[in-house]
Design a protein around this ligand. Structure first.
Ligand SMILES: *[C@@H]1O[C@H](CO)[C@@H](O)[C@H](O)[C@H]1NC(C)=O
Ligand SMILES: *[C@@H]1O[C@H](CO)[C@@H](O)[C@H](O)[C@H]1NC(C)=O
Ligand SMILES: *[C@@H]1O[C@H](CO)[C@@H](O)[C@H](O)[C@H]1NC(C)=O
Ligand SMILES: *[C@@H]1O[C@H](CO)[C@@H](O)[C@H](O)[C@H]1NC(C)=O
Length: 482
């Protein structure tokens, strides 16, 4: 029997050397050399001028985790409560009347969110194996239930009801202790059925009962307690940012909070903000424009095409395949975006093994081809003008351009319409094969690369191969001002 492939080793051991925190603490006392801190005003003009911390553009790939009380019915989608009792969609109403007693309420699902198999260290290991460099967990979705013992979510949080655990804190600790991933939190501003939100809504958002007693105190609590480096805001409930006091909160986050130097946020801070204000742009769910944007953006999408939360009624055909996921990553990164790929754990605390397999498959691809993704820049062209399904990235300092091709050409020669190659200087390699490939000019612009005759078992990966092109006759430069 052949040896099993080794499980990827966690990038940081799950213990700390005793002298390290001391050195870090001493260094923290020194003033940073020559840094004068900019103070941000609570206005979009000022907040939007803050550069997005550079780490975010380098890492390219994160995992989104939708987990909450909706994982208990695990039917349809994480919008279960809304579809059942808000819009009263027939499939959801029927599901409840068939399977639960007549007076069963959504709150009765709370004690069933038991998370008995929740092992944050195992989650951390799976996340590392995926090649992702950050994770974003739903600390609270539109249902209002907090995955930490919030002081502002009385009797509707994971410490009081359900698992009796600090689900956020336990993952934060495992991620921070055991991995090099950045820890991020999703937070929904509005809650579908919160009576205080309903009062404010009826007052045309002129009163602020809900943000002042719920969403804002929660946000401060989350940041102070867990120090997330991504704050993924969502769910403006059609209320303007003035109602949410988003600019007030963000100026605190950028000026005074413990994560002010490294924190990254998105653009969902009130109606009209999306794709316009805040940190990086998300624009829409599953946003993947296929062209370069001048502002840093993120494609948040989910392995289950139809749901973000776990649903038991998902079909295999409804889940994206590993090649489809890699394609999404490659396209997104070529166009200057980051990919945030979602999984939905079960209410008993498992990452379903099929999601786990997908994550490991993407991780195996990245293990070979990560150099074409991490810390790259968009190139002059995002995709090829002659051969469809070829996506470019580059590393200007190394004078390298990467061309990822999704289909192995039947002719064993691939035509690239964009690179301007130089005989005697330009070298082309298949990443993972590391031998110079023959190539010929296609005309003034473009080249034909002779691929090696490998049988499938000799190929470095089974789909989405990367050509590494050294030296081209042009200035390859960074397009994004991030
Ligand atoms: C994380 O590190 C702390 C301090 O070294 C330790 O007490 C704790 O048990 C660790 N937790 C995990 C999940 O590894
Ligand atoms: C908005 O937030 C800022 C910063 O925390 C605070 O100073 C201000 O009082 C808040 N405004 C309202 C209307 O709550
Ligand atoms: C690829 O590039 C061409 C222009 O060369 C463009 O028209 C097309 O929309 C791009 N995107 C895709 C997904 O092919
Ligand atoms: C592929 O390219 C090589 C040289 O790079 C050439 O000799 C060969 O004829 C090409 N094959 C096809 C099928 O175009």
């Amino acid at each position: 029997m052949q040896q099993e492939p080794r499980v990827p080793v966690m990038s940081r051991a799950c213990y700390q050397q005793t002298w390290l925190p001391l050195v870090v603490a001493l260094l923290a006392l020194l003033p940073p050399p020559g840094v004068s801190r900019i103070t941000y005003e609570p206005s979009w003009e000022s907040l939007d001028s803050r550069p997005i911390p550079a780490w975010f553009d380098d890492v390219k790939f994160g995992i989104f985790i939708h987990w909450g009380v909706f994982s208990v019915p695990s039917f349809g989608s994480e919008w279960f409560w809304w579809y059942w009792q808000g819009s009263k969609s027939q499939a959801y109403v029927d599901f409840m009347s068939k399977n639960f007693p007549p007076h069963f309420q959504y709150a009765d699902f709370g004690p069933m969110f038991t998370a008995e198999f929740y092992d944050p260290k195992q989650w951390a290991e799976v996340l590392v194996a995926s090649g992702a460099k950050y994770v974003v967990l739903t600390s609270k979705h539109h249902e209002g239930y907090t995955l930490w013992g919030s002081k502002f979510s009385w009797n509707w949080n994971s410490v009081d009801v359900g698992s009796k655990r600090d689900l956020v804190g336990d993952l934060a600790e495992a991620i921070k202790n055991c991995t090099d991933l950045r820890f991020g939190l999703y937070h929904s501003l509005f809650e579908w059925f919160n009576p205080l939100f309903q009062i404010d809504k009826n007052n045309h958002f002129k009163t602020h009962y809900f943000p002042n007693t719920k969403s804002l105190p929660e946000l401060y609590e989350l940041v102070l307690k867990y120090k997330p480096e991504i704050l993924w805001s969502d769910g403006d409930g059609n209320a303007p940012d003035v109602y949410w006091n988003s600019t007030g909160f963000l100026s605190w986050l950028y000026n005074e909070s413990p994560v002010r130097d490294t924190v990254v946020t998105n653009d969902r801070w009130g109606s009209g903000c999306i794709c316009k204000h805040g940190g990086y742009y998300t624009c829409a769910d599953r946003y993947n424009p296929g062209h370069l944007l001048s502002h840093k953006w993120e494609n948040c999408m989910t392995i289950d095409r139809r749901s973000w939360g776990y649903r038991r009624n998902a079909l295999l055909s409804e889940l994206l395949t590993a090649p489809e996921l890699v394609e999404e990553l490659v396209e997104t990164v070529s166009c200057g975006g980051n990919l945030l790929m979602n999984i939905g754990p079960t209410s008993d605390g498992r990452i379903p093994v099929l999601f786990e397999e997908r994550l490991r498959q993407v991780g195996q691809w990245l293990k070979v081809n990560g150099e074409a993704i991490y810390s790259t820049n968009p190139w002059r062209a995002q995709n090829d003008s002659v051969t469809p399904g070829v996506w470019y990235t580059c590393k200007p300092k190394e004078q390298v351009v990467y061309a990822t091709f999704l289909k192995w050409p039947t002719s064993w020669n691939i035509t690239l319409g964009e690179p301007i190659a130089v005989i005697g200087k330009t070298q082309v390699q298949l990443v993972g094969y590391e031998r110079n490939l023959e190539w010929a000019h296609l005309g003034e612009k473009g080249m034909v690369v002779n691929l090696p005759t490998l049988n499938p078992t000799q190929m470095p990966v089974q789909w989405a191969w990367v050509l590494k092109i050294n030296y081209l006759n042009e200035h390859i430069h960074k397009h994004l001002g991030v």
